[in-house]
Design a binder for this molecule. Structure first.
Ligand code: HEM
Length: 151
């Protein structure tokens, strides 16, 4: 039995979950921005979804992706695979080193002084900006995976 298409289906499912969850973070923050007493609940919800669902799905994506390359018709010399892996590493570095700490500081700032401070506004702008950068990287990876330029 050929496992390749089944593994690829799992890979796509993980991509839907990871990227789908990520896309809701902006919606939660925008809604809580209009209703600041719910900001803490929204931010802690985002952190929960990120830690427990989206990030594990990204780990699974890389593991299944590497297996697909090892057992399938592509290899680690294909340009789209090389660039995607590079972008994936960049995604993880920005996510762990920049985005996650900002989200933690946003929660701490909200819990200490509320949502109406300059500090909280600056942290929110920063997390929105980082979210947009991560979004561009993830969309580029998806386009590379689907279009496979150079193959
Ligand atoms: C280390 C990272 C990754 C590797 C090595 C990898 C590798 C692969 C491989 C080998 C395929 C199968 C291509 C085919 O048979 O058509 C694939 C498909 C796909 N990958 Fe990845 N992947 C990685 C990360 C990601 C990420 C982070 C996303 C999304 C955010 C993603 C989204 C997709 C999608 C949507 C497809 C389906 C493409 C198609 O059927 O044409 N992958 N990936």
């Amino acid at each position: 039995m050929d496992f390749y298409p089944w593994l690829k289906a799992l890979h796509v499912l993980l991509a839907i979950v990871a990227v789908g969850f990520n896309m809701t973070y902006g919606i939660w923050q925008a809604r809580a921005g209009r209703d600041p007493q719910h900001m803490g609940y929204a931010l802690r919800g985002i952190k929960f979804m990120d830690d427990k669902v989206a990030n594990p799905a990204y780990v699974g994506l890389a593991v299944v992706g590497v297996i697909l390359v090892l057992i399938g018709p592509y290899d680690f010399e294909n340009l789209w695979v090389i660039v995607s892996i590079g972008l994936y590493v960049l995604l993880v570095v920005i996510g762990l080193a920049l985005y996650s700490p900002v989200l933690k500081r946003q929660i701490a700032s909200y819990e200490a002084r509320g949502a109406q401070t300059d500090e909280f506004a600056a942290l929110s702008t920063r997390s929105r900006l980082l979210g947009a950068v991560l979004g561009v990287i993830v969309i580029t990876i998806i386009v590379l995976m689907v279009v496979k330029p150079g193959v």
